[in-house]
Design a protein around this ligand. Structure first.
Ligand SMILES: Nc1ncnc2c1ncn2[C@@H]1O[C@H](COP(=O)(O)OP(=O)(O)O)[C@@H](O)[C@H]1O
Ligand SMILES: [Mg+2]
Length: 254
């Protein structure tokens, strides 16, 4: 197993069994703080479950996850978030009955773990929330209810909420799933902006164009196992990967 000398994130034999099904089957992986890693693989391959194990949402059946030099297996997700491990979800989250600005304020005030949670909103909180909305191109929607904004804006808001406390590692589960090609381009620019800020991004994505544009390293998971770890541009030529995708919908390239 090759990999960086001092990883920010390391998985050692990480597994999850549901009855007889090995949803994640002994994944070994080291990711350095300066990497951007894209994870692909067919539906049901175990990608989301793998993120659930890393982010503490689901308990591992076996193996260990090490984050920033410390074992985190069994730690609760909200504690990990405060320690710098943030994630987003395949299905867009967010409080639909609150405005975009109110959603951002929830993240700013209650997400840090450093501030006492409460209802006292200061000018500083508001300025910080508005600055984030501007950075993500959401300032014009600040007073709209989240239930009324377009899907791409919801997806951006979810990422903005995850990065507001400057995570060391950001896990994104299918950030551009269901978006139009032009919207995917917008997201590629957003990802490159976050990379430039030095955040280690690990994302799951079917859209190959996005994966190759954003990731410096690609992983393919199939039946809970890593079957490819290398150059994103080499995926389509890899014999093992090709055999997995044969007969399925193929590698999405739009
Ligand atoms: N809570 C659960 N209980 C039972 N099986 C599950 C559960 N979560 C996921 N699975 C199964 O684990 C496999 C991997 O699912 P998932 O990680 O969602 O795949 P992917 O994100 O790659 O599409 C699938 O066969 C799925 O049905
Ligand atoms: Mg999934």
């Amino acid at each position: 197993m090759t990999g960086p000398a001092v990883p920010i994130l390391e998985c050692r034999g990480v597994s999850k069994h549901y009855g007889a099904l090995a949803a994640v089957d002994g994944i070994d992986l080291k990711i350095a703080a300066n990497e951007t890693v894209g994870i692909g693989g067919p539906n049901g391959a175990g990608k989301t479950t793998f993120f659930d194990l890393i982010s503490g949402l689901t308990a591992v059946s076996g193996g260990e996850v090490v984050f920033d030099g410390r074992p985190i297996t069994g730690r609760q997700p909200h504690r990990l978030f405060h320690e710098g491990l943030a994630r987003t979800f395949q299905v867009t989250s967010g409080f639909g009955s609150l405005t975009v600005l109110q959603n951002m304020l929830v993240s700013v005030v209650n997400g840090s773990g450093r501030e006492r949670p409460g209802l006292l909103l200061t000018r500083r909180h508001r300025d910080r929330a508005m600055a984030f909305l501007a950075e993500f191109g959401l300032a014009d929607l600040a007073n709209d209810l989240v239930s009324n904004i377009p899907v791409i804006a919801r997806k951006k808001l979810m990422v903005a909420s995850a990065v507001v406390h400057e995570p060391k590692v950001l896990l994104l589960d299918e950030p551009v799933g269901g978006l139009m090609p032009r919207e995917i381009d917008e997201f590629i620019a957003l990802m490159n902006q976050l990379r430039a800020q030095g955040i280690c991004i690990v994302f799951i994505e079917h859209v190959m164009r996005f994966l190759t544009a954003v990731a410096g390293r690609a992983l393919i998971i199939h039946q809970g196992k890593l079957i490819y770890d290398g150059d994103p541009h080499g995926i389509a030529r890899d014999e093992t990967v090709r055999s997995v995708y044969l007969g399925s919908a193929g590698l999405a390239s739009h």
